[in-house]
Write a protein that binds this ligand. Structure first.
Ligand code: ZN
Ligand code: ZN
Length: 290
């Protein structure tokens, strides 16, 4: 079995934030590639997808790609018009994401390429694109299995659990684990979410705020480093990667938070590896034994 390789092409939340203070963890917004055996699935189309697009064109393989969106906030779709394979004859894509209350995902995509916002019309795209809705449930193709679950965030937003190459990866970039009220509340959301991420080999999860920052940002749809650590411990995740970094969070601050968290994990003798997602650094997960 081939080991999955995960590359974060964009790790930032809300808005791109390039500059010397964010050079290590990266300034591009959300985009993650999971590659197994030469085939890639792409998660979100923030500004990081521009870099991935260039790579896909340079790689000689097929330009048939599946793109999964968590929701339609700008930091998750804004790179799409700059995704080079769109303009390649013969390329084909399937774009999956949660249907919003009154808009199909094709309409939402075409909308951001309207003439007021962007010079190239949606009709100029040379690639073939098929759209499909995935609000809940499971998508299968070959050795990939992708499950979607609605999370606590404004608008219909999902998190994904991907099983591939004998490993499981959870990608939940926008999710407020505690506080505020959401449409999914009531019943057993937290219990179901704990089961959704349980035992994952890698969890990439929204960790936008410190505890002090969060007191003024309850209801914005994001979590704290502390809340995510608690989640990872409770659900038996093996490796936690803080994701969706706040635009103003510097590399030095993130490094200090990772160091503090690792020290706590060590003190408590927890079997958990902790890091913060860094743009362009592939993560490999040792393949499971058949
Ligand atoms: Zn976001
Ligand atoms: Zn969002």
């Amino acid at each position: 079995m081939t080991e999955p390789r995960i590359t974060c092409w964009g790790t930032r939340g809300s808005i791109a934030s390039p500059g010397p203070a964010t050079a290590h963890y990266g300034g591009n917004t959300c985009c993650v590639e999971i590659e197994v055996g030469g085939r890639s699935l792409v998660f979100d189309a923030g500004t990081g997808i521009r870099l991935l697009g260039r790579q896909l064109v340079e790689r000689s393989g097929s330009l048939a790609t599946d793109v999964f969106l968590t929701h339609f906030h700008w930091d998750h779709i804004q790179g799409f018009p700059f995704f080079a394979p769109l303009y390649q004859e013969g390329a084909s894509f399937r774009i999956m994401g949660p249907r919003q209350a009154d808009a199909e995902i094709q309409t939402l995509f075409a909308g951001q390429m309207g003439p007021v916002y962007f010079p190239v019309p949606f009709e100029a795209i040379a690639a073939r694109i098929d759209f499909a809705h995935l609000n809940d449930g499971t998508w299968h193709d070959g050795e990939f299995e992708v499950r979607a679950m609605r999370v606590r965030h404004p608008s219909f937003t999902v998190g994904y659990r991907i099983n591939a190459g004998g490993r499981s990866i959870c990608y939940v970039p926008d999710n407020e684990l505690e506080g505020a009220k959401y449409a999914v509340d009531g019943g057993d959301w937290r219990k179901r979410f704990l089961q959704f991420v349980a035992g994952a080999d890698l969890l990439l999860h929204d960790a936008m705020f410190t505890d002090a920052e969060y007191t003024k940002r309850i209801g914005w749809g994001h979590s704290t480093f502390r809340q995510v650590l608690d989640l990872a411990v409770e659900s038996g995740v093996k490796r936690l990667c803080f994701f969706h970094h706040a635009p103003e969070r510097t590399d030095a601050e993130l490094r200090a938070i990772v160091d503090e968290t690792r020290a706590e994990v060590e003190r408590r003798c927890l079997p958990l590896a902790v890091d913060a997602a860094a743009e362009g650094n592939p993560i490999t997960l040792e393949a499971g034994h058949p």
